[in-house]
Design a protein around this ligand. Structure first.
Ligand SMILES: Cc1cc2nc3c(=O)[nH]c(=O)nc-3n(C[C@H](O)[C@H](O)[C@H](O)COP(=O)(O)OP(=O)(O)OC[C@H]3O[C@@H](n4cnc5c(N)ncnc54)[C@H](O)[C@@H]3O)c2cc1C
Length: 384
């Protein structure tokens, strides 16, 4: 067990931190207020090689190890969770799924452009009547001679309204239960495919979230991802990657809370002393620090297992559950330390809370993570 980052990991941390401080953080407040999608930031992230994750270089990726990947999510998450969400979806859910399950033609066609952020991807599993119970999706895929026709709809899809390519899960054999779901690569502009942005979100305001509609949408056979009937397996393996990115992003939120609170508490004077000198304030900052350390180590443990090619669903769920709940706790206390000023957008801590909350909901709620943990510990089936 080695707790030191490698030289390459330290270098990626330094590079991403600089990018986050100079090119993401200064725009986070304004983009949040205006619900402005960060096109320019994504383009620069793509140009800088920070959107290629662990995809091998031969497919245009950055060839990072999983901990290097987590470091990028952490540093971007420290600056802006909207940007982190878009990057996580692109890298963890879309690029890695295409790399793992795609045909050579699909990999050559999509990965280099995704890794450079020339095109954007989305991952469409959730439906209006199917959230935690992913196997209950109702979107239908009917086989035709040269492809498939999709009918149905998805909701709450990150980047869904703007993506060039969506991984869409649909029932291809309704009688085959969990083995009757197939994943499709649906391109923007496919006939019968439309989207509508979801407005009024609590947080992640500069990220795009959308409903997707499929009305007789034709998808050619070459756009099936993985084998027919393997869709749920693909979705669950993608979520193991996605949850890892969410957990790492939450470490970034906690770190940002600590940084803001250390700064503010040293400058704010009450009772003739900086509030940093009050032990009840120190208590909140100390708890944030412990949570940050613990969350980061849980993420790195999951990353080390991924690197070793060991199954890590349990460890990833533990990291996602702990880090997301800890981020909400840290952001709540960060507002407390800022007093009334924390309750306004004069300081970023209110945004941290709004952005942290969703991490306990998407890619499997905290309750679902606990069911996964219980399933592993107790040997019982959680989702029957
Ligand atoms: C901003 C945002 C972005 C998102 N992006 C994407 C995306 O890119 N792609 C995508 O496919 N989805 C996305 N989602 C959807 C997200 O994954 C779902 O919201 C999540 O899986 C929960 O589903 P639900 O909201 O339908 O809640 P439900 O499943 O209806 O759950 C409601 C409540 O019941 C609890 N619950 C449900 N089942 C159980 C159980 N068996 N035991 C105990 N408690 C239970 C839940 O924990 C929750 O508290 C996004 C959501 C948001 C808010």
């Amino acid at each position: 067990m080695d707790f030191e980052l490698t030289e390459a990991q330290r270098a990626i941390k330094e590079r991403t931190a600089k990018f986050a401080d100079e090119e993401i953080a200064p725009f986070a407040k304004e983009n949040d207020e205006r619900a402005e999608f960060p096109w320019e930031i994504l383009k620069r992230l793509g140009d800088s090689g920070l959107m290629g994750g662990s995809v091998p270089r031969e497919y245009g990726g950055s060839g990072l190890d999983p901990i290097g990947e987590a470091i990028i999510f952490e540093e971007i998450g420290r600056a802006c969770s909207s940007v982190r969400t878009i990057v996580s979806v692109q890298v963890s859910l879309v690029e890695k799924s295409i790399f793992r399950w795609g045909t050579e033609e699909q990999k050559r066609n999509y990965l280099p452009r995704l890794c450079r952020a020339e095109i954007l991807g989305s991952f469409a599993l959730t439906e209006p009547l199917s959230g935690s119970d992913a196997a209950s999706i109702a979107t239908r895929a009917e086989k035709k001679s040269d492809g498939w026709v999709l009918n149905g709809g998805k909701t709450w899809i990150s980047t869904g309204g703007l993506s060039d390519i969506a991984i869409v899960f649909a029932k291809s054999d309704p009688l085959a239960g969990t083995k009757g779901i197939t994943a499709f690569l649906v391109e923007k502009g496919a006939p019968g495919f439309t989207t509508k942005e979801i407005k009024g979100k609590l947080g992640l305001r500069s990220a795009n979230t959308a409903e997707l509609f499929f009305d007789g949408c034709f998808v050619p056979s070459k756009n099936v991802l993985g084998a027919t009937g393997e869709g749920l397996k693909i979705a669950l393996s993608a979520l193991d990657n996605g949850r890892y990115g969410v957990a790492a992003g939450c470490v970034g939120i906690i770190q940002a809370c600590i940084d803001e609170c250390v700064k503010y508490s040293k400058g704010r004077v009450q009772f003739g002393k900086p509030i940093a000198s009050f032990q009840l304030v120190q208590d909140m900052i100390a708890r944030m620090h412990v949570d940050c350390d613990a969350a980061r180590l849980l993420v790195y443990r999951a990353g080390a297992l991924k690197d070793a090619g060991v199954r890590n669903t349990l460890e990833t769920s533990v990291a996602k559950y702990f880090a997301s709940e800890a981020a909400v706790r840290a952001a709540t206390d960060a507002i407390q330390i800022h007093g009334a000023y924390g309750y306004s957008n004069e300081h970023p801590v209110e945004r941290y809370l709004r952005d942290a909350k969703v991490a306990t909901i998407y890619e499997g709620t905290s309750q679902i993570q606990k069911l996964i943990i219980g399933e592993h510990l107790l040997g019982v089936k959680a989702f029957v």
